[in-house]
Design a binder for this molecule. Structure first.
Ligand code: SAH
Length: 219
């Protein structure tokens, strides 16, 4: 069992090491790195995996899903260019870790998850850490129109195509970051809404995510 001040210090040291790994892999946004340095990732994984929480790897969570690799979280967050006060929508709450990172950066966070167990688990953890993210149980391929438009939208599961509802829910100057491809491999796509009716699309590195399942995703 790892509790108490010794465990606390050990986690801080491991988070510092993780931040150095992410820096060496090319993450530059200091606000993203500071959030990763602060958020206790071990709280978002099963206690049996606690000692692996600060490795730069994806780990299994419940419902056959994964908490994304820290490098992936850092890359997606950096690509969204999050500013304090930005309204951000996340599709795929999962463990709640990415939502905690966004809350720590001062964003106004909205997040949708399709698995009830994960939705409740993330809600509890974010609440325990004192973060107020707005969580919804439902199909995130349709976005969350009630609170649109968003300054940033991040999809943390792999999509077959860019869901058009998400594009429509972007603010002007808003950034949508979504992995698109087959179920085996996806390219990170960033779409920036340049004006009311024009968009710029960039294709970046390849990643491997769990599938985005829903009306505008996989069956
Ligand atoms: N951001 C999460 C990563 C979780 S993995 C974290 O920090 O832990 C991706 C998540 O997307 C899974 O929990 C999966 O259930 C969820 N998901 C897949 N399709 C979805 C959809 N259409 N709407 C909402 N969530 C979805």
């Amino acid at each position: 069992m790892t509790t108490g001040i010794g465990a606390h210090r050990k986690h801080i040291q491991r988070r510092n090491e993780l931040v150095e790994i992410l820096r060496s892999k090319g993450i530059r946004d200091e606000r993203v790195l500071a959030a990763i340095q602060s958020i206790p990732r071990h709280i978002f994984v099963d206690t049996a995996l606690e000692n692996r929480a600060y490795e730069d790897s994806a780990l299994p969570i419940t419902c056959g899903q994964t908490i994304s690799q820290p490098y992936t979280v850092a890359t997606q967050t950096e690509l969204m260019q999050v500013e304090k006060g930005d309204k951000i929508l996340e599709i795929g709450t999962g463990s709640g870790y990415q939502a905690a990172i966004l809350c720590h950066m001062g964003a106004d966070v909205y997040s949708v998850e399709r698995h009830e167990e994960l939705y409740h688990g993330a809600k509890k953890k974010l609440h325990e850490l004192g973060y107020r993210a707005n969580l919804k149980l439902g199909d995130g391929t349709l976005g969350w129109s009630a609170y649109a438009p968003y300054d940033g939208i991040v999809v943390t599961a792999g999509a077959p195509v860019v869901p058009d509802d998400l594009i429509k829910q972007l603010n002007v100057a808003g950034r949508l970051v979504v992995p698109v491809g087959s179920q085996k491999s996806q390219v990170m796509v960033r779409i920036i809404r340049v004006s009311e009716d024009s968009y710029r699309e960039e294709h970046l590195q390849h990643f491997k995510f769990v599938p985005l399942i829903g009306e505008k995703g996989w069956d």
